[in-house]
Design a protein around this ligand. Structure first.
Ligand code: SF4
Length: 93
């Protein structure tokens, strides 16, 4: 299974390839603005979250897609990125 981790949401259109951005489209459908960039509240530490039985929600060795609704290296996310790297490191231990 391929899970998704979105530590932040929203993006900056930076090329022609962004013209028909699916995230912007979906946000518009839901009455939101894809250019508003924010750290996700419930999802930020998702790789470290566990079920009630103590098992990690993301299994060891599972591939995950990161930042499907943003860009991991956005300047606007600079202040959150170190914490996201730490989450990745801790999830691998
Ligand atoms: S999510 Fe991807 S396609 Fe959309 S604006 Fe950001 S970089 Fe462009």
């Amino acid at each position: 299974m391929h899970d998704i981790w979105n530590p932040w949401h929203g993006c900056v259109k930076c090329s022609e390839g962004c013209q028909n951005c699916y995230m912007y489209f979906l946000d518009r459908v839901h009455g939101r603005n894809g250019s508003e960039i924010y750290r996700t509240r419930a999802g930020f530490n998702y790789p470290l979250q566990k079920y009630k039985n103590g098992a990690y929600k993301i299994q060891s060795g599972e591939l995950i897609r990161v930042c499907m609704t943003s860009d991991f290296f956005l300047e606007e996310a600079d202040e959150w990125r170190d914490e996201a790297w730490d989450i990745m490191k801790n999830a691998l231990m």
